[in-house]
Design a protein around this ligand. Structure first.
Ligand code: CP3
Length: 353
């Protein structure tokens, strides 16, 4: 299909990911589908979170909800990064009011060697069905983003068994039992690459690798022990042509190491000004971000004003996908998100034709 025939929102999103000029930056919000939306809570009153992820028509329905309200340029598959460890044989629960738990965390190399091989077509069929169903229902030509947790971030949860601020167990394993760490990361690299490839084949236009906890590491350790695996995942996707977004929360210290990773787009959290990120990344890398999600808890006009500054900063070069610096926080008023969406939609790039 020639570029001129692509639907406008999808074309805008794909062009920005590839570092090409657009009329205005495309936008979506990490965690745009979720509990801050009353229509999401209405669905969750009927089904628990994992049932929602595993019921393709409901997953598609909640993926559409933010598009209807805010007119985002892209939908993101509704799922969770932790369904991959579940498919590998771990028991996953989401208790009411608490974070996720993996009830048999991995502590030894034997534990790692018992993980199951995953065939996404068989073991994550519901996820691929959700991609197809979401793709089929995108009414306004929006882009569809697939995603997975990066090997390091998945390993953090699989070894810790629950959320943590330090993920000390995996980070200890990395140094104390490097064979177990390397085997776990290698296994995850294969599964994550297969999963993302299957999502693209099912209709995802782009993929985001969430490496939420990578910022816990110093740059050289990240480069030596994490980057080879993230790079291998992204390399496996090169042939399919879908733009690859890599997002690591937690600071600018990783940016100088991100060149050569193979991502067309680097997600930036709010701690890193977009101009600084661009200085530290190879020329031509697109940036995604980076409104502090806390701004959405301030009056909508304040959030929209800050979004306006980020739009100007992003427009200094081609290749900006507007987003938050991390996910929408629970309790965010939808009106603040709408005010930011309006600010983005009203912006004109100074390079627009
Ligand atoms: O962005 C989207 O709208 C798509 C869906 C999506 C979810 N989780 C839905 C979800 C995506 C992309 C994720 C990714 C994810 N999941 C990450 C990486 C992203 C990030 O924020 O850095 C992580 C670390 C997880 C693991 C996870 N899932 C946690 C820590 C939690 C609990 C936190 C919370 O908000 O309750 C979840 C649950 C979860 N994943 C919810 C949603 C909508 C809330 C579930 C509910 O309805 O109760």
């Amino acid at each position: 299909m020639s570029a001129a025939l692509l639907p406008a929102k999808r074309e805008r999103f794909l062009r920005a990911c590839r570092g090409q000029d657009v009329d205005r930056p495309p936008f979506w919000f990490m965690r745009q589908a979720g509990r801050y939306l009353p229509e999401y809570r209405a669905v969750r009153e009927r089904v628990d979170f994992l049932t929602l992820c595993k019921t393709p028509e409901l997953a598609a329905e909640v993926a559409f909800q933010p598009l209807r309200r805010f007119g985002c340029d892209a939908a993101i598959l509704f799922s969770d990064i932790l369904v991959v460890p579940q498919a590998m044989g771990l028991t996953l629960t989401f208790g009411a009011g608490e974070g996720p738990r993996l009830t048999e965390p991995l502590r030894t190399r034997d534990d790692v060697s018992r993980l199951l091989r995953v065939d996404p077509g068989r073991d994550l069929a519901y996820m691929l069905a959700a991609v197809r169903q979401t793709r089929a229902g995108l009414s306004d030509g929006e882009a569809l983003i697939g995603f997975a947790g990066a090997p390091f971030t998945l390993a953090c949860y699989m070894v810790e068994g629950e959320g943590s601020t330090s993920f000390a167990r995996l980070r200890t394993m990395m140094h104390a039992d490097p064979a177990a760490y390397d085997e776990l990361m290698t296994r995850l690299t294969d599964v994550v690459a297969d999963c993302l490839q299957a999502q693209v084949e099912a209709g995802a236009d782009a993929v985001q690798l969430f490496d939420t906890w990578a910022g816990l590491l110093d740059g050289p350790t990240w480069a030596a022990r994490v980057a080879p695996h993230a790079r291998a995942v992204l390399a496996r996707l090169a042939a399919c042509g879908a733009p690859r977004i890599y997002f690591a929360a937690g600071g600018p210290h990783l940016l100088p190491h991100l060149g050569g990773l193979g991502a067309e787009v680097i997600g930036c959290d709010w701690r890193t000004p977009l101009a600084e990120a661009r200085r530290l990344l190879p020329p031509g890398t697109a940036v995604q971000g980076n409104l502090d999600p806390v701004l959405l808890l301030a009056p909508p006009a304040v959030a929209a004003a800050r979004a306006g500054e980020i739009l100007v900063e992003g427009d200094a070069a081609a290749g900006h996908v507007f987003n938050l610096g991390h996910g929408v926080l629970p309790g965010t008023p939808p009106a603040a998100v709408a005010a930011v969406a309006d600010a983005v939609r009203g912006f004109r790039s100074r390079r627009a034709a």
